[in-house]
Design a protein around this ligand. Structure first.
Ligand code: ZN
Length: 443
């Protein structure tokens, strides 16, 4: 069966790379299959979905959608996936309309590994709806959020590959900032605040700048209107057709573009002033976004500063896969890598864990029963050093997992001397004199 899996992987990979996969943005009735879906279909066609490994791969992908970790961006963590066990991970992030996210997965392994990156938007019932997917032969995905939703990023390598990975997720604005030399720290009045004694709401943001500062095209597009109105004074509308919206520039001292003119990001469309109802105010640009269909939306996510690279330091690759244990009286395992996130398990001292990844502050760990979560690095220590040395009072089975149904590695006679390394439920992780480790029922 291994051989047929290998043949399958080779054929599938070649097919996928030749197919010039479409990546979305998906949505609608006729959305094309993502590389991940194509891979799953090919597994089924080859009847490999009936093998344990094929089935585990499908299950791992589904589980990552359900048991995903909530993180805040920018984010970075490293980890390891092994060829013998299908792996997938899901992260939840808040996506606001106007955000642009960049996901990058770097893999170091003996062989090239295809990595599937899929993004889902969660609906009101928390059901994932695939939004966009990375091309099959790239480990990078950039996408713009069109609807404010919780988004789920799933990362899953193909079968039978192993490697160390680093995942980084960063956020950038969709539009370039509309005033030369400034950024979102210079915004002094926000969307939605009351105006005219509460009779209307502010339909944009105000950016104060010296008179004559260039106002810049935030996107490529076409000038749809130039003119004068009572509130806005000298105004320019720039049609950002790709996103189905108009960018609105008001209180300009003067404009430098004409109707129908094509502009590129960064082109000057006019100069900051205080025309219209801003005559008694210092010069500023009123910048708004009017979507085709939904009217004014908050421009802030579209232009707020990017967050730069992630601050987390990924875990040293040499520690991945290590056995560790809790070194405190009690420790909690959390759903996400921060101290405010929900507690999913509580563990007593010496509890065994396997390091799957994480950062130097928060470790992503797997419990012996397969559950996962994050634990603070300060609460664990290596399980390499013996806790105590004991002599087995009776014969015992050395098993390969902390489970009475797990395979028996060796039958140990009574009086065998073992070193206890960690505990899990009714089992102890022990090491024999020759270095062999395994689990025995608690002595
Ligand atoms: Zn304004």
């Amino acid at each position: 069966m291994k051989r047929s899996l290998h043949n399958f992987l080779l054929l599938f990979t070649l097919g996928l790379l030749n197919a010039c996969t479409s990546t979305g943005p998906a949505g609608g009735l006729f959305q094309s299959a993502s590389p991940h879906e194509q891979y799953e279909l090919a597994l089924t066609d080859a009847k490999l979905n009936r093998t344990a490994l094929g089935r585990d791969w499908v299950t791992a992908g589904q589980r990552a959608l359900r048991d995903s970790f909530r993180i805040s961006v920018p984010y970075r963590e490293s980890g390891y996936f092994g060829a013998n066990r299908p792996f997938a991970i899901g992260y939840r992030i808040n996506g606001q309309r106007g955000d642009k996210f960049l996901v990058r997965v770097e893999v170091q392994g003996q062989q090239e590994a295809l990595v599937f990156i899929d993004v889902f938007a969660l609906d009101e019932q928390d059901q994932p709806d695939r939004t966009v997917s990375a091309k099959a032969d790239t480990n990078v995905l950039t996408w713009e959020v069109r609807r404010t939703r919780t988004h789920l990023i799933r990362i899953q390598p193909e079968l039978l590959r192993s490697g160390r990975y680093t995942i980084s997720i960063t956020r950038e604005p969709v539009l370039s900032f509309p005033v030369k030399g400034l950024d979102s720290r210079n915004i002094s009045s926000y969307f939605g605040v009351p105006r005219d004694g509460g009779r209307r709401r502010h339909e944009g943001v105000d950016i104060f700048a010296p008179r004559g500062t260039p106002a810049l095209a935030g996107a490529n597009g076409i000038i749809s209107r130039v003119g004068v109105n009572q509130l806005g004074g000298n105004v320019v509308f720039l049609s950002d057709n790709d996103r189905g919206q108009n960018l609105y520039y008001a209180h300009l001292d003067r404009w430098t573009v004409r109707d129908g003119q094509r502009v590129s990001v960064g082109d000057t469309v006019g100069f900051v002033g205080n025309t219209g109802n801003a005559q008694t105010t210092a010069p500023h640009l009123h910048f708004g976004i009017y979507t085709f269909g939904e009217g004014a939306v908050d421009p802030l996510p579209y232009i707020r500063r990017g967050l730069g690279p992630a601050r987390q330091t990924p875990l040293a690759p040499s520690r991945l896969g290590d056995s560790v244990r809790i070194n405190a009286t009690r420790a909690v395992v959390r759903l996400a890598p921060n101290g405010d996130s929900p507690v999913v398990h509580e563990l007593p001292r010496s509890s065994a864990l396997t390091l799957l990844g994480g950062t130097t502050e928060w470790l992503r760990v797997e419990l012996p029963d397969g559950r996962m979560g994050y634990v603070a690095n300060s609460l664990v220590e290596s399980a390499g050093k013996s806790l105590r040395r004991v002599s087995l009072p009776a014969p015992a089975d050395l098993r390969d997992a902390a489970d009475s149904r797990a395979a028996i590695i060796r039958e140990l006679p009574g009086n065998t001397v073992v070193e206890v390394l960690a505990v899990a439920g009714g089992f102890q992780l022990v090491r024999l004199a020759g270095g062999l480790t395994g689990w025995v029922a608690r002595i």
